[in-house]
Every structure is written in C-alpha cells, then in structure tokens.
Design a protein around this ligand. Structure first.
Ligand code: 6PG
Length: 255
C-alpha cells in the first residue's frame, strides 16, 4: 500500500509536499552529489513551487540548487512562455528564483510538434538512463486529473497498451482525443523509474479519481493512476492530498 497523507487544505498539501521533496533531494545530494527531480504542471503545484522558492521558508536554503537536475513528466504543445506551459509555470514560480544552471534544466520542447519533441526527450532520457546507475529520478512529482490521468497518460492511452510490448521508450508525443490536442509525456517506464513518487491532489473534483486510483478494482486502462500500484510494494509512492480530495476514500484517515 502506498503511503497516504491527508491534510486539511491545499496550503498544507503544498507544505507537506515541499518537505517531502526537499528531504528526498537532500538525501540524494548527500549520497551522490546530485539530485534529479521531475515536475508537473496544471493548477495543483503552484503554491508548492512558491513555497520552495520563498526566502522566508527553510526549503529554499536547504536545497543545494546548483546540484539539481530538473525534468518534466509532461508538457503541452505550446512555447515555453505560454501561460499553459508546464515549464513556464515552474520557471515563473520557482526556477527563476533559484540557482539551477540552465544546462541542468531539461524541459520538453513544447514549441515543436509534439511527435518531434517527444522523440527529442526520449533521446535525452535514454542517454541519461545509459549513464545513471540507480533510478532515473530521485523525486517524481505528479498531479492527477479528475479522470485519473497522470502526466499525459489519459484513459485508454496507447501508452497503456504498449507496456506489455516491453518497449524501452521513455517519452513520446501522444494525441489526446478528449482534449483534441497533442501532448508530450513520459511513458510509464520513465515515470516509474523513480526512487520516490509524490502524488499531489487538492479539492473535491479529484475525489473520485483518488478513490479509483487507490481503492478501486484494477482497471489501468480506465484509471491510469493505478499504474502507481506497480511501484509497490515498498515505500516509493506517497499520496499527499487534502481532505476534499480524500473524501471518497473508504479507508482513509481524515485530516
Ligand atoms: C498537465 C499535467 C497533468 C496534471 C493533471 C492535474 O500538464 O496537465 O501534468 O497530469 O497534473 O491534469 O491537473 P490540475 O493540477 O490542473 O488539476
């Protein structure tokens, strides 16, 4: 069973996630001298990014930013300065306020056609896989959609079926019919190649998806977040969610 932390609201979720990410980063840097994290987009991580960059809080001082490599689990097909860019969000709220060298910020190239950007990112991650002894990422931060998608792996995504073919693919462009858009996303192979996976969710619109991800009978095609069950047993996955997002869990502790 994954670890489940239920807190009162989005601010408390962001604080708990900042603490969890910071301690994982500290641990990796203490052990290997560098840390690799992967970030998420959407509306959920904004406060978390602000907290990590906040001079008045300890997290910014605790992280040795020049030793950090930053990746993204998915990206929209927009340029980096677009308001919907996942890179853009992290840049505005976090990365422009801390000292991570440009060469260690590995963004998905949303300004390119998604199929090209996906191939380029796959090559980046493949090279990294070849050079890395342990997991690809020390911390994978992910949100969850109200339909239980993670990164840009939506229900019935071809990436779910492809798993059984044991394709060693780490990232790709993918059409998302329900959005009538293309996205760039890490594959399940890459997402699960993480020492720790921190799942964040806030608000009532996520309650059904959380219950499906954690407690429903297995149906990964319908609920891609159930992919995280493959990271069990063990302590790798931690759900940090607020009370509203936890409302439909039967076995959940209440905040
Ligand atoms: C994205 C994501 C995606 C996101 C969920 C939740 O680019 O949209 O990375 O997987 O985490 O859709 O989105 P919200 O935080 O906006 O609810």
């Amino acid at each position: 069973m994954a670890r489940l932390t239920v807190v009162a609201d989005k601010a408390a979720m962001s604080e708990a996630a900042a603490e969890r990410m910071t301690s994982r980063i500290e641990m990796a840097i203490a052990q290997r001298g560098i840390a690799a994290i992967s970030l998420t987009g959407g509306d959920t991580p904004d406060l978390l990014y602000e907290y990590l960059a906040d001079d008045s809080r300890a997290w910014k001082r605790r992280i040795d930013w020049p030793r950090l490599h930053v990746f993204w689990g998915d990206e929209r097909e927009v340029p980096p300065d677009h308001e919907q860019s996942n890179y853009g969000l992290a840049h505005r709220l976090l990365l422009q306020h801390v000292n991570v060298p440009e060469t260690q910020i590995h963004r998905m190239r949303g300004e390119l056609p998604a199929s090209d950007a996906g191939r380029l990112y796959d090559a980046v991650l493949r090279a990294r896989r070849d050079q890395t002894a342990g997991p690809l990422f020390d911390v994978m931060l992910l949100g969850i959609g109200s339909n239980a998608h993670i990164a840009s792996i939506f229900p019935a995504s071809p990436l779910l079926a492809e798993r059984s073919e044991r394709l060693e693919r780490f990232a790709t462009g993918v059409a998302v019919p329900e959005l009538s858009r293309w996205r760039i996303t890490m594959t399940p192979t890459a997402l699960l190649d993480s020492a720790a996976i921190v799942m964040i969710a806030s608000g009532p619109s996520k309650a059904a998806a959380i219950a499906a991800a954690i407690e429903a009978p297995e149906n990964v095609e319908q609920y891609p977040a159930q992919l995280l069950r493959e990271a069990e047993p063990g302590d790798r996955v931690e759900w940090i969610i607020d009370a509203a997002a936890a409302a439909r869990l039967r076995g959940a502790p209440r905040a």
